[in-house]
Design a binder for this molecule. Structure first.
Ligand code: SF4
Length: 214
Protein backbone atom coordinates (compact mmCIF):
# COMPACT_ATOMS: atom_id res chain seq x y z
CA UNK A 1 0.00 0.00 0.00
CA UNK A 2 1.38 3.41 -0.93
CA UNK A 3 1.92 6.13 1.64
CA UNK A 4 -0.89 8.65 1.02
CA UNK A 5 1.01 11.34 2.89
CA UNK A 6 3.89 11.48 0.48
CA UNK A 7 3.75 14.58 -1.63
CA UNK A 8 6.16 16.01 -4.12
CA UNK A 9 6.59 18.52 -6.89
CA UNK A 10 6.50 15.61 -9.35
CA UNK A 11 2.74 15.30 -8.91
CA UNK A 12 2.36 18.68 -10.63
CA UNK A 13 3.57 16.95 -13.78
CA UNK A 14 0.84 14.30 -13.74
CA UNK A 15 -1.27 15.19 -16.77
CA UNK A 16 -3.32 12.13 -17.50
CA UNK A 17 -4.41 8.74 -16.31
CA UNK A 18 -5.68 5.73 -18.22
CA UNK A 19 -7.02 3.07 -15.84
CA UNK A 20 -6.50 0.19 -18.26
CA UNK A 21 -4.55 -0.14 -21.49
CA UNK A 22 -3.77 -3.16 -23.65
CA UNK A 23 -1.26 -1.41 -25.89
CA UNK A 24 1.18 0.53 -23.68
CA UNK A 25 3.01 -2.54 -22.41
CA UNK A 26 3.00 -5.38 -24.93
CA UNK A 27 1.23 -8.46 -23.57
CA UNK A 28 0.10 -6.77 -20.38
CA UNK A 29 -2.92 -4.97 -19.00
CA UNK A 30 -1.53 -1.78 -17.55
CA UNK A 31 -2.63 1.43 -15.94
CA UNK A 32 -0.93 4.41 -17.55
CA UNK A 33 0.24 7.63 -15.93
CA UNK A 34 1.03 10.52 -18.30
CA UNK A 35 3.49 13.17 -17.18
CA UNK A 36 3.98 16.52 -18.87
CA UNK A 37 7.14 18.28 -19.96
CA UNK A 38 9.85 17.12 -22.32
CA UNK A 39 13.45 17.98 -23.15
CA UNK A 40 12.83 17.50 -26.89
CA UNK A 41 10.48 19.08 -29.40
CA UNK A 42 9.96 16.40 -32.01
CA UNK A 43 7.81 17.90 -34.77
CA UNK A 44 5.91 14.59 -34.93
CA UNK A 45 5.06 14.59 -31.21
CA UNK A 46 1.67 13.09 -30.40
CA UNK A 47 1.43 14.57 -26.93
CA UNK A 48 2.62 18.09 -27.64
CA UNK A 49 -0.28 19.66 -25.74
CA UNK A 50 1.28 18.61 -22.45
CA UNK A 51 4.80 17.47 -23.46
CA UNK A 52 5.80 20.90 -24.71
CA UNK A 53 4.72 22.84 -21.65
CA UNK A 54 7.72 24.07 -19.72
CA UNK A 55 5.74 24.62 -16.59
CA UNK A 56 3.23 21.89 -15.92
CA UNK A 57 0.60 22.15 -13.26
CA UNK A 58 -2.34 19.86 -13.73
CA UNK A 59 -5.54 19.55 -11.80
CA UNK A 60 -5.37 15.80 -11.54
CA UNK A 61 -5.76 14.51 -8.01
CA UNK A 62 -2.84 12.11 -7.70
CA UNK A 63 -4.25 10.51 -4.57
CA UNK A 64 -7.42 9.57 -6.40
CA UNK A 65 -5.32 8.13 -9.21
CA UNK A 66 -3.17 6.11 -6.82
CA UNK A 67 -6.22 4.82 -4.96
CA UNK A 68 -7.77 3.71 -8.22
CA UNK A 69 -4.61 1.89 -9.27
CA UNK A 70 -4.46 0.24 -5.86
CA UNK A 71 -8.10 -0.80 -6.14
CA UNK A 72 -7.58 -2.28 -9.62
CA UNK A 73 -4.30 -3.92 -8.73
CA UNK A 74 -5.68 -7.45 -8.67
CA UNK A 75 -6.37 -7.45 -12.40
CA UNK A 76 -3.57 -5.18 -13.56
CA UNK A 77 -0.24 -6.57 -14.75
CA UNK A 78 1.61 -3.32 -14.38
CA UNK A 79 1.92 0.42 -14.33
CA UNK A 80 3.29 2.44 -17.24
CA UNK A 81 4.89 5.86 -16.82
CA UNK A 82 4.93 7.84 -20.03
CA UNK A 83 4.85 11.40 -21.23
CA UNK A 84 6.20 13.74 -22.17
CA UNK A 85 9.50 12.62 -20.74
CA UNK A 86 9.37 11.15 -17.27
CA UNK A 87 13.13 11.14 -16.68
CA UNK A 88 13.24 14.95 -16.43
CA UNK A 89 10.61 15.21 -13.69
CA UNK A 90 12.08 16.78 -10.52
CA UNK A 91 12.33 14.05 -7.90
CA UNK A 92 12.02 11.28 -10.47
CA UNK A 93 13.70 8.74 -8.20
CA UNK A 94 11.36 9.59 -5.29
CA UNK A 95 8.41 9.26 -7.62
CA UNK A 96 9.57 5.77 -8.62
CA UNK A 97 10.03 4.83 -4.98
CA UNK A 98 6.48 5.89 -4.12
CA UNK A 99 4.97 4.12 -7.10
CA UNK A 100 6.99 1.00 -6.31
CA UNK A 101 5.19 0.77 -2.99
CA UNK A 102 1.97 -0.01 -4.85
CA UNK A 103 3.52 -3.35 -5.67
CA UNK A 104 2.94 -3.43 -9.42
CA UNK A 105 5.72 -3.97 -11.96
CA UNK A 106 6.51 -0.75 -13.81
CA UNK A 107 7.47 0.17 -17.34
CA UNK A 108 9.03 3.52 -18.18
CA UNK A 109 8.97 5.11 -21.61
CA UNK A 110 11.89 7.41 -22.36
CA UNK A 111 13.43 9.30 -25.25
CA UNK A 112 16.85 8.17 -24.06
CA UNK A 113 18.34 11.60 -23.44
CA UNK A 114 18.88 11.11 -19.71
CA UNK A 115 21.03 8.00 -19.21
CA UNK A 116 21.78 9.18 -15.65
CA UNK A 117 18.07 9.02 -14.79
CA UNK A 118 17.74 5.66 -16.51
CA UNK A 119 20.53 4.40 -14.30
CA UNK A 120 18.63 5.63 -11.23
CA UNK A 121 15.47 3.91 -12.44
CA UNK A 122 17.32 0.61 -12.68
CA UNK A 123 17.95 0.76 -8.94
CA UNK A 124 14.23 0.30 -8.36
CA UNK A 125 13.48 -3.39 -8.56
CA UNK A 126 9.85 -2.77 -9.49
CA UNK A 127 10.99 -1.07 -12.72
CA UNK A 128 10.91 -4.13 -14.93
CA UNK A 129 11.00 -2.56 -18.39
CA UNK A 130 12.56 0.59 -19.79
CA UNK A 131 11.40 1.30 -23.32
CA UNK A 132 13.91 3.56 -25.03
CA UNK A 133 13.14 5.43 -28.22
CA UNK A 134 15.88 5.61 -30.80
CA UNK A 135 14.55 8.35 -33.04
CA UNK A 136 16.57 7.66 -36.16
CA UNK A 137 20.11 7.74 -37.55
CA UNK A 138 22.36 10.02 -35.52
CA UNK A 139 22.66 12.55 -38.35
CA UNK A 140 18.87 13.01 -38.40
CA UNK A 141 18.49 13.62 -34.67
CA UNK A 142 18.59 17.43 -34.83
CA UNK A 143 15.79 17.42 -37.39
CA UNK A 144 13.76 14.67 -35.69
CA UNK A 145 13.99 16.24 -32.23
CA UNK A 146 13.31 19.90 -32.98
CA UNK A 147 16.95 20.95 -32.90
CA UNK A 148 17.38 20.19 -29.20
CA UNK A 149 19.91 17.39 -29.50
CA UNK A 150 22.96 17.19 -31.73
CA UNK A 151 24.06 14.06 -33.58
CA UNK A 152 27.02 13.58 -31.27
CA UNK A 153 24.91 14.05 -28.12
CA UNK A 154 22.37 11.55 -29.37
CA UNK A 155 25.08 9.01 -30.08
CA UNK A 156 26.86 9.53 -26.78
CA UNK A 157 23.66 9.21 -24.72
CA UNK A 158 22.47 6.18 -26.62
CA UNK A 159 25.83 4.49 -26.12
CA UNK A 160 25.51 5.11 -22.38
CA UNK A 161 22.10 3.48 -22.38
CA UNK A 162 23.25 0.59 -24.56
CA UNK A 163 25.95 -0.03 -21.96
CA UNK A 164 23.33 -0.14 -19.19
CA UNK A 165 21.14 -2.42 -21.27
CA UNK A 166 23.94 -4.91 -21.79
CA UNK A 167 24.15 -5.28 -18.01
CA UNK A 168 20.45 -6.25 -17.70
CA UNK A 169 19.05 -6.95 -21.18
CA UNK A 170 15.78 -8.34 -19.80
CA UNK A 171 14.85 -4.85 -18.57
CA UNK A 172 15.25 -2.95 -21.84
CA UNK A 173 13.46 -2.64 -25.12
CA UNK A 174 14.32 -0.29 -27.98
CA UNK A 175 11.78 1.31 -30.26
CA UNK A 176 11.74 3.44 -33.35
CA UNK A 177 8.66 5.19 -34.71
CA UNK A 178 8.54 5.37 -38.46
CA UNK A 179 7.79 9.07 -38.66
CA UNK A 180 7.50 10.92 -41.99
CA UNK A 181 10.95 11.29 -43.55
CA UNK A 182 12.40 8.15 -42.00
CA UNK A 183 13.31 5.64 -44.72
CA UNK A 184 13.76 1.88 -44.64
CA UNK A 185 17.51 2.44 -44.86
CA UNK A 186 17.27 4.72 -41.83
CA UNK A 187 15.48 2.01 -39.88
CA UNK A 188 18.14 -0.49 -40.87
CA UNK A 189 20.82 1.90 -39.70
CA UNK A 190 19.10 2.35 -36.33
CA UNK A 191 18.85 -1.42 -36.00
CA UNK A 192 22.60 -1.69 -36.54
CA UNK A 193 23.24 0.60 -33.55
CA UNK A 194 21.70 -1.79 -31.02
CA UNK A 195 23.88 -4.10 -28.97
CA UNK A 196 23.76 -7.78 -29.94
CA UNK A 197 20.62 -9.65 -28.94
CA UNK A 198 18.23 -6.69 -29.03
CA UNK A 199 15.40 -6.30 -31.49
CA UNK A 200 14.24 -2.93 -32.71
CA UNK A 201 10.48 -2.55 -32.21
CA UNK A 202 9.07 -0.52 -35.05
CA UNK A 203 6.08 1.62 -34.20
CA UNK A 204 3.70 2.85 -36.84
CA UNK A 205 3.35 6.59 -36.99
CA UNK A 206 -0.20 7.76 -36.47
CA UNK A 207 -1.24 11.03 -38.01
CA UNK A 208 -1.68 13.68 -35.42
CA UNK A 209 -3.65 16.89 -35.88
CA UNK A 210 -2.28 18.35 -32.69
CA UNK A 211 1.19 19.00 -34.10
CA UNK A 212 -0.06 20.15 -37.48
CA UNK A 213 1.56 17.24 -39.36
CA UNK A 214 -0.19 14.63 -41.39
S1 SF4 B 1 10.48 12.89 -27.01
FE1 SF4 B 1 8.36 12.14 -27.15
S2 SF4 B 1 7.15 13.51 -25.83
FE2 SF4 B 1 9.13 14.52 -26.22
S3 SF4 B 1 8.74 15.87 -27.97
FE3 SF4 B 1 9.56 13.90 -28.75
S4 SF4 B 1 7.75 12.68 -29.22
FE4 SF4 B 1 7.07 14.37 -27.89
Amino acid sequence: MFDANISGKFWDYLCGFQPASLCDWPGKVSAVLFFGGCNLRCPTCHNASFAWKNCVSSNIDHLEVLKRVQKNKKWLDGLVLTGGEVTIIPGFEDLLRILSSIGLPMKIDTNGQRPDAVELALRQSMVKTIAVDVKGPWNKYPHLCGGLVSSSEARYRADEIFGLAQGCPERFMFRCTRVPGLTSDDIQEVRSYLPGGFDLHIQKYQECLENGLS
